[in-house]
Design a protein around this ligand. Structure first.
Ligand code: HEC
Ligand SMILES: [Cu+2]
Length: 448
């Protein structure tokens, strides 16, 4: 009895606390464009006109700003004065090719401090879709549920609210009646204890039939929603998903791979998922989609995005040290933009200079989870200064790190292992294109 009151009060206090906390959390604008980063656009005039990079005009597709104008796509507007580096010291020519990569400095971050561009080392270029994926996630919604972005999720929400409402109703009804009875029939002087009731047909039939009906209805609605959730429509955009420690890889129909999930709005998307190592789980609250990803078999998920924006994506199955780092973005594009993403990302894969391709691979293929470039060992050795150095292997022999050693380390990590590190690096045999492998090697070489 007393514990029940304590329980009720603590639940109320908790709910109130959570409410306050969520009210203080910065709410991203529900549908409007996430505020454009001021630095990129804030200083068009002060820079002398001489600094305008003449060659770095955005490609004919209209540049990163969608011509059609999506509400949510705050692609970096390449302001004419944005180029922090003098013309000529920017990226080598290839990346100014057909790919729609914004000129260096167009990325919002460039407004803060001009990147130091040493000769021979290309400035990091961030594609518009990667900039988009790093926008703050849409954290809208209310106290009970996050913002809903999946057509098939509406039924789930109703079910959730229905079950929650019913739980509240019965909790308070039962607790209320209990409190009332305890007070009303409590033992006190001058009051005789009631004899315990033995049997009451009406009462027993009522409390059997009503809950049975409730449970049958719950089963029916739950089953209906479940069937809908696991049955993708015939026509769906298919995307292959490989989860590994500790990175996502989404492979689109034209071969583009990315660690963020880019999808078109108002089109069903079907995910064909597998894991390269251990159990992972695809979880994106805005889509009400959660599905385990199992090594050596395929599991599926589908959703139909109803709104454009950037949403959270988590791994929801503990998968080791950096499990918590497997958080990425689901970017829902308006349909034309999705095609533009596919084309631009493909062009980027073809046109990027090797070091940049390698740098992209380093983050997008998940090497970054285990290898740093600043000299601190993480799960594996740091890449800083390893090229050309002589290292000692587990069997005591020494070897000089060259292209072949790096190649072998990536494709067959355990064949020449270093002492002091766990044999935890997965083999990337068959997972990297020859060009990507070359890029990674060049990238590691560049980390002197
Ligand atoms: C799950 C953690 C993990 C991931 C992911 C990973 N590695 Fe490793 N890597 C290791 C460990 C541990 C070693 C050291 C043991 C060994 O040689 O197998 C290592 C060794 C290496 C070496 C040899 C370095 C040396 O100094 O001997 C290279 C090169 C390398 N990794 C490259 C990569 C690249 C490139 C990627 C991404 C495509 C990658 N690794 C992803 C854990 C990882
Ligand atoms: Cu995981």
């Amino acid at each position: 009895m007393k514990t029940k009151i304590v329980l009720v009060t603590s639940i109320c206090a908790f709910a109130l606390g959570a409410r306050l906390a969520s009210a203080q959390a910065p709410q991203a604008p529900a549908a409007g464009p996430p505020a454009a980063q001021p630095p990129a656009t804030a200083q068009p005039a002060p820079t002398p006109p001489a600094a305008t990079p003449p060659a770095a005009t955005p490609p004919s597709t209209g540049g990163p700003t969608p011509a059609g104008g999506t509400a949510e796509a705050p692609a970096p507007t390449p302001s004419p004065a944005a180029g922090p580096a003098a013309p000529g010291s920017t990226v080598p020519a290839p990346s100014a090719g057909p790919g729609s990569i914004p000129p260096p400095g167009a990325a919002p971050a460039a407004g803060a401090a001009p990147p130091v561009v040493t000769p021979g080392q290309a400035a990091p270029v961030k594609a518009w879709y990667d900039v988009l994926a790093e926008q703050p996630h849409d954290t809208g919604g209310n106290f009970w549920l996050p913002v809903l972005a999946n057509e098939a999720g509406a039924g789930v929400d109703w079910l959730y609210i229905g079950v929650l409402g019913m739980s509240f109703f019965f909790f308070f009804a039962i607790a209320g009646v209990t409190i009332y009875f305890v007070v009303r029939y409590r033992h006190r002087p001058g009051h005789k204890a009631e004899p315990s009731a033995a049997h009451n047909d009406t009462l027993e039939i009522t409390w059997t039939v009503i809950p049975t009906l409730i449970v049958v209805f719950l089963f029916f609605f739950g089953w209906r929603e479940y069937i809908e959730m696991v049955t993708p429509p015939q026509r769906a955009v298919e995307i292959q998903v490989t989860a590994r420690k500790w990175e996502w890889q989404f492979t689109h129909a034209n071969g583009v791979t990315d660690s963020n999930l880019h999808v078109p709005a108002n089109t069903a998307v079907r995910l064909v998922m597998t894991s390269a190592d251990v159990l992972h789980s695809f979880y994106s609250p805005a889509f009400r989609t959660k599905q385990d990803i199992v090594p050596r078999r395929y599991t599926f998920a589908w959703f139909k995005p109803t709104r454009t924006g950037v949403f959270r994506l988590y791994c929801a199955e503990y998968c080791g040290t950096d499990h918590s780092m497997m958080k990425r973005a689901v970017v829902v594009h308006s349909p034309g933009d999705y095609e533009r993403y596919l084309a631009d990302a493909q062009a980027a894969m073809i046109n990027l200079p090797p070091i940049q391709l390698g740098e992209r691979g380093y983050t997008k293929k998940g090497c970054v989870a285990c290898h740093t470039t600043d000299g601190t060992p993480r799960v594996g050795p740091s890449f800083k200064g390893i090229f050309g150095s002589t290292i000692t292997l587990k069997d005591g022999s020494t070897i000089t790190v060259d292209e072949n050693y790096i190649r072998e380390s990536i494709l067959s990590p355990q064949s020449k292992a270093r002492p002091g590190y766990p044999p935890s690096m997965p083999s990337f045999e068959g997972q990297l294109k020859e060009k990507e492998l070359m890029g990674l090697i060049e990238f590691i070489k560049s980390k002197k």
